[in-house]
Design a protein around this ligand. Structure first.
Ligand SMILES: CC(C)(COP(=O)(O)OP(=O)(O)OC[C@H]1O[C@@H](n2cnc3c(N)ncnc32)[C@H](O)[C@@H]1OP(=O)(O)O)[C@@H](O)C(=O)NCCC(=O)NCCS
Length: 197
């Protein structure tokens, strides 16, 4: 959970993002396609849960790996997972499925990037079309050698789909900040009212 002063600072950043970026030294933008990545993996018995289908954590690891590769490629250096939200599992994944994890940068802030991920599965030895089995949105922060956030190149959405994803990511960013601000306010109110320390 972000401390309150950070939530406020980030809300301010979001509101002032365009102004801040216009005064910051220019970093050339990078098109979405420059870092878009697909990670593929065949599921085996070692990937299963007690029900015999693939463990959700195995898929989440692949999602984080693919998104991390995209964030590193886009930002041109190390990037760490700051948050993962809206991970949806739409269909079970089975042993023998060839899973494709497709990731791209949807949105960039000052040092953070939202990476959108789609998970597709097809039988490894059949030519039937792959179906979507999951999706996720992750926020990565680009960091320097000391682990401190560093500025990232703005992403340049290319297609109409990229532009829609950029706009949707901005909505999610606003909601993340608003949700955290509301939670911080509730906690402070409960402490002030003597319900919790
Ligand atoms: C992510 C991290 C670098 C942020 O550092 P910080 O000192 O809090 O820096 P800031 O508050 O300036 O945040 C940096 C950016 O990340 C974003 N961010 C930070 N925490 C976030 C979260 N939980 N969710 C979404 N975005 C987040 C901020 O909005 C900011 O974006 P912006 O620069 O584009 O406006 C730091 O918390 C960290 O190192 N976390 C551990 C990451 C890690 O190890 N991940 C792997 C887990 S094993």
């Amino acid at each position: 959970m972000w401390p309150r002063h950070k939530v406020e600072a980030m809300t301010d950043q979001a509101e002032q993002a365009s102004a801040a970026q216009s005064t910051a030294p220019e970093i050339p933008g990078k098109p979405t396609s420059a870092s878009r990545t697909t990670l593929s993996h065949i599921m085996t018995h070692s990937d299963t849960n007690l029900l015999g289908t693939v463990h959700g954590g195995v898929i989440m690891k692949l999602v984080d790996d693919a998104a991390g590769a995209v964030a590193g490629r886009h930002s041109g250096g190390p990037a760490v997972t700051a948050s993962m939200d809206e991970m949806a599992f739409l269909e079970p994944v089975r042993v023998g499925d060839l899973v494709h994890v497709k990731a791209q940068v949807n949105w960039t802030g000052r040092s953070s990037m939202e990476v959108g991920v789609r998970v597709l599965a097809e039988r490894w030895n059949e030519s039937t079309p792959a179906t979507q089995v999951g999706s996720a949105y992750l926020v990565f922060a680009a960091v320097d050698a000391d682990g401190k956030p560093r500025t990232v190149p703005p992403v340049l959405p290319e297609t109409e789909k990229d532009k829609r994803r950029y706009q949707e990511a901005q909505i999610r960013r606003t909601h993340r900040l608003a949700r955290r601000r509301a939670i911080m306010e509730l906690r402070e109110r409960r402490v002030a009212e003597g319900y919790e320390d």
